[in-house]
Ligand binder design. Sequence first.
Ligand code: NDP
Length: 274
Amino acid sequence: MSQKIALVTGGNKGIGFAIVRALCKELQNGIVYLTSRNEERGKAAVEELKKEGLNPHFHQLDIDSSESIDRLRDFLKSTHGGLDILVNNAAIAFKQKDTTSFDVQAKVSIATNYTATLNVCHALFPLMRSHGRVCHVASMSGPRVYKKLSPKLQEAFKQAKTEDDVNKLMADFVASAEKGTLSEERWVQNAYGTSKAGVITITRIQAAAISADTSRQDILINCCCPGYVDTDMTSHKGTKTPDEGAITPVYCALLPSAGPNGKHLSNKSVVETW
Ligand code: NDP
């Protein structure tokens, strides 16, 4: 079997770190890249896994930086000629007690969790080989936000057919937060959940697009919720360990050919979205 090349964003801690650990165990013959925006934290994480007898490789990646994304793309292309598994795990969440104004929270959350994730896809999808697997780590907060949107906005999410359609929804949300018209337009004041609703919507569109690409076969793109996990993001209130949180993302990263495509999964099962 050919050597699989896997890559995890935001791998230096939390669920991303646990995903790297699990993929290293699963892909005995493969290479797993633990990427991190901060080189020191990333390399320290690699050393920690080496102490467990695992052998992840390190590459710097700040998903908010197009230069960083391009450097990684060029490195993967010249070193491996392609990519087999991509786990888009990196994301941010403002704490409830954070006093940053909501318009800024909206802009920053959409920029990292949605737009930067999409930018990674734009750079790395052309490298994905046949039988490749992509997993975006989304969240059930996406469907929770969706349920509270106006029927008109729900319909817009449901009907989104292109990346531009989703980009427009995300931009409208940020603009509405900036104008202070969120409740009037019946958006939900939840920047994180809205960004994840965007990720879930784009997953369906990306999966359809890549399936139509006849130059490559059997590439599956899904997203998933890891559950409520004990990490810095949840101020360690989550009930699952990071290793437990990694189970569904890793399941999506290793799906067999008959697996779901363009879906949102939780506890290794497809959840209904829109
Ligand atoms: P953490 O905050 O513990 O870890 C987030 C990781 O993302 C860190 O490695 C962080 O790097 C990295 N990151 C943030 N911004 C960037 C960036 N611009 N470029 C590269 N890396 C970045 O979060 P979790 O482990 O809890 O979350 C992982 C994923 O799971 C996220 O997508 C999150 O939304 C999702 N999720 C988590 C849940 C939970 O209960 N924990 C529930 C549902 C979904 P750094 O250390 O440098 O900040």
